[in-house]
Every structure is written in structure tokens, then in C-alpha cells.
Design a protein around this ligand. Structure first.
Ligand SMILES: Nc1ncnc2c1ncn2[C@@H]1O[C@H](COP(=O)(O)OP(=O)(O)O)[C@@H](O)[C@H]1O
Ligand SMILES: [Mg+2]
Length: 325
């Protein structure tokens, strides 16, 4: 491919694609990474894939990339850890900076910030393990259950891909749901269940893309929704067919959340729409999936932005960050 393949005005860059890692979303990340590598190669860049592990810093020193494209999800890649290391190694990188990652990956922190900013998010109570082990938090469960009403959503504070999330239909389900959530994170939240439609709004360079709706297939097995994430159990509609004004409101809330958390270049915000037309923000993902079936690429496509163009724009927005002093 010629030197101009990276697009008008773009120069060929040496790009390290960071993928894999130790997160539970490793497999998704490997697929996101592979697809990004293909796109970058088509754009005329020189691509060096790095499966992130113990030798990350050594590899970066050897490869000496102009820029790192982070295609990692969940722990390490999306929580600010890898971003921090790239800053120390003086390598510019794609997407959000350390602080936005820290804020977004911690659902409890993000939800407190949303409450403070007046962004609607389902009511919740959060605990860490010590609250249960040393402060008798179990004795407060009855009051929480009364306040939130069943079903209650129990989730680990920092995870993705619906891992560790359970719907407790009665008080009897709560202890097992908590144990499951604590197996993923030392902080969990109990959240009010929103009986509604599952929406996602991706933001690219400060502009909201068309809304995607995830429609579960095969009955209302709401308690078994982890299955929805298995191939074929969910279909995606983009642009989502929504009542008047809801699309604009969802996009506005997503953008407010993106700005509130300090996200940069791109992110995806997950929301619920209840039957009365009220929207609530569940969470923000600073590095959403970039696979063939992922929502951000689908939303970009619906906006007339091809995957290669999407990757090119994310790369062009990569920044060198000055480490905190
Ligand atoms: N409070 C809630 N009410 C109804 N459904 C929920 C609620 N919280 C989560 N869900 C369902 O679980 C999915 C994943 O939850 P989310 O908070 O986005 O966590 P993550 O995507 O990081 O695993 C949502 O897309 C939605 O389908
Ligand atoms: Mg989500």
C-alpha cells in the first residue's frame, strides 16, 4: 500500500495495538485488536500487535511506537492501568486518559458523580467486602430490599460484558447474587431494576452516534440475561425505533455522561428506557468493543462511518499525555 493510504494528510505511523491482557474480556479484546490491526494496515500504517503482559514496557521500548492503540476491555486496559504505564513510557495513546478510565470503570464512583450532576441513574446501594465482613452490612439488606423493591440487580462495581450481574427475584436470591458479584470485585452494588428497553449511545469525538437497542430474543428470562450475550440471544436495532424525542434525550444524556466522566475521543454509554419514557444511565465504557458484532462499530456504520474510518479517526485523536507531577 502506498504512503498515502492512511488518508489525506495522514502520515504512516508505527502503531502498537495493545490487546488481550489478563482481563476476563481477554477474548473480546483479542477480536477487537485483530480487527483494529486489519483496519490500520489497510489505512497504510505499520502495525505491531502486543498481547499485553509482563513484558509490556520491554516491548514498548523495543518497538518504539509512534502511538499505542488500546483495544483492551475491562481490567487493566480500560481502568487506567495501561494508560498510566503508557504515560510513564511516554507513548501517546488512543481514547480516554487515566482519570476518565478510573471514573468510568468504577460503576459506584460513576453513579455517584451522575447523581451529583443530576444525570438520572437507577437508585442503588454499594458495599465493599469489609462492610459485610467487619461492619455487619448483611443486617442492612432488609432495609435495602424494601427500598429498592424486587427484582433487584446485583452487580460488581467494575466489570463488563454483564459478568457477575444477577437479578435477585426475592430476598432468598440476594445472598447468592452477592457472593457471585463479590467473586468479580471487592465492591458491589444493589441497583433498582428498570423494566425497560436496553439502549446504548456511542460517542465519537464529542458527537453522539445513532442509538442502538439490544433486543433480547426468546422470552423474558430477565434473571438469566447473561445468556443474552451469547451469540443469537440478542438482536441489535440501529438506529433504534424510539418514541418522539427519546433519541435526542438519550444522546444528550450520553454526551453529558461522557463529559462528566472526562472521556476522550470515544466511549459508549449504556442506558435503560422505562415504559413511561424515562431514561436512566447505567454506565459508561471508555473502550467499548470493536468486534464485528460490537455496538460502537454498528452505530458508526449507521452514521455512514466505515470501520476503517472509525479506526482512522480514533487514531488521529490519540494524544501524548503529560504524567501527573
Ligand atoms: N438496573 C438495571 N435494570 C435492568 N437491567 C439492567 C440493570 N442493570 C443492568 N441491567 C442489564 O444488564 C446489562 C449490563 O449491565 P451494565 O450495568 O451495562 O454492566 P456491564 O455492561 O458493564 O456488564 C444491561 O445492558 C442491562 O441489560
Ligand atoms: Mg454495559
Amino acid at each position: 500500500m502506498g504512503p498515502d493510504a492512511a488518508g489525506p494528510g495522514a502520515r504512516t505511523q508505527r502503531v502498537a495495538v495493545l490487546k488481550g491482557g489478563r482481563s476476563l474480556e481477554r477474548q473480546v479484546s483479542l477480536r477487537s485488536g485483530a480487527r483494529v490491526e486489519d483496519a490500520l494496515t489497510r489505512l497504510g500504517h505499520y502495525v505491531v500487535p502486543i498481547d499485553v503482559g509482563l513484558d509490556l514496557i520491554r516491548q514498548l521500548r523495543e518497538v518504539r511506537p509512534d502511538v499505542a492503540f488500546i483495544a483492551m476491555h475491562g481490567r487493566d486496559g480500560e481502568d487506567g492501568t495501561v494508560q498510566e504505564l503508557l504515560e510513564i513510557a511516554d507513548v501517546p495513546y488512543t481514547g480516554s486518559g487515566v482519570l476518565a478510565c478510573v471514573r468510568s470503570m468504577d460503576k459506584v464512583l460513576a453513579k455517584h458523580l451522575m447523581l451529583e450532576a443530576g444525570i438520572p441513574t437507577p437508585e442503588f446501594f454499594a458495599f465493599n467486602e469489609t462492610a459485610f465482613r467487619e461492619l455487619g452490612a448483611a443486617d442492612a439488606l432488609g432495609a435495602i430490599e424494601q427500598r429498592l423493591d424486587f427484582p433487584i440487580v446485583v452487580k460488581p462495581s467494575s466489570q463488563g460484558s454483564a459478568l457477575g450481574i444477577k437479578f435477585a427475584r426475592s430476598a432468598a436470591d440476594v445472598p447468592a447474587a452477592l457472593v457471585a458479584a463479590f467473586s468479580y470485585d471487592s465492591k458491589v452494588l444493589l441497583e433498582r431494576y428498570v423494566d425497560g428497553r436496553d439502549l446504548a449511545v456511542s460517542i465519537l469525538d464529542g458527537e453522539p452516534l445513532p442509538v442502538v437497542e439490544a433486543v433480547p430474543q426468546g422470552g423474558d428470562e430477565f434473571y438469566d440475561f447473561q445468556a443474552r450475550y451469547e451469540i443469537g440471544r440478542t438482536s441489535f436495532v440501529c438506529p433504534a425505533e424510539l418514541p418522539d424525542g427519546v433519541t435526542e434525550r438519550a444522546q444528550e444524556l450520553a454526551l453529558q455522561t461522557y463529559r462528566l466522566l472526562g472521556c476522550d475521543a470515544f466511549a459508549r454509554v449504556d442506558l435503560m428506557l422505562d415504559p413511561s419514557g424515562e431514561l436512566a444511565v447505567l454506565e459508561a465504557n471508555p473502550i467499548p468493543g470493536l468486534t464485528e458484532t460490537s455496538l460502537l462499530p454498528q452505530a458508526a456504520e449507521a452514521a455512514g462511518i466505515s470501520f476503517d474510518q472509525l479506526v482512522g479517526r480514533i487514531l488521529a485523536l490519540a494524544k501524548a499525555r503529560v504524567p501527573a507531577t
